[in-house]
Design a protein around this ligand. Sequence first.
Ligand code: SD4
Length: 294
Amino acid sequence: LSANWGVIATWRMAWEGVSEAANLLQANKAAGEAAIHAVKCVEDYPFYKSVGFGGLPNERGEVELDAAFMDGTSLAIGAVAGVRNIANPILVAQALSRERFNSFMVGGGAEEWAQAQGFERKEMLTERARNHYLKRKRETLDRGLSPYTGHDTVGVITLDTQQNLCVGTSTSGLFMKRPGRVGDSPVSGSGFYADSQIGAATATGLGEDLMKGCISYEIVSRMGRGMSPQQAAESAVYDLETRLISRFGRAGDLSVVCMNARGEYGVATTIDNFSFSVATPSQPAAVFLTARDG
Ligand code: SD4
């Protein structure tokens, strides 16, 4: 009997974390441990401008981070939003997922709790991110462009050999966001969802639009009604895009990855260059680039 496991994540930046998670899963480690490990790799890497340390600041120049963790077997969820000076928001989210109450915390309250629990504090704004922020701010103001671009969330789904599915997300959110703005990434059903009996999904793109369709829950729900991961991802993204265009005039960036309890995966996007990282028993850790309608 060959052991089944899998890991899939949004964006190329997750590759290293995905390959390390693959090693853990292959060694029969738990899905939760593997998902947290992969997200933490991305949070810790200083050159990724949209997650954790080195993430871009809000319009006031302060880094505010969102993260979430869901265990698809117990359906436990933990999340933080708008937190500052916390080295690994994903670890706080995971710890909160073990709390019966108060499992989604924001801002100062979340920071106080994390500090009391002994989570590492850290100045998350790097010189590099500050310079990039100042340069981008100048460029967008000079050209009269919308500053609200350039935002990538890491979302990692893991399936372990015991058939448990977990998902973790982490992001610095929308570039030039207002202080206090929260996107889809820490919001259950929008940025992520996992049910070990069915599958899991996670999203990246414009949170304001992803939340209009509770896209991750929608995808899991479609898999639960018998769709393959690819059918579920494609049809859910297509339907939300169509609804947004007809009701609202336009759709922002919507990209998703998902995996079912058998380790089959699906990907869909409305943008040209969405990359994702994946590893399964038959697929060594690799990055793929999707083309729209591709
Ligand atoms: C947000 N969805 O805060 C996140 C950002 C993101 O690719 O994923 N960008 O809206």
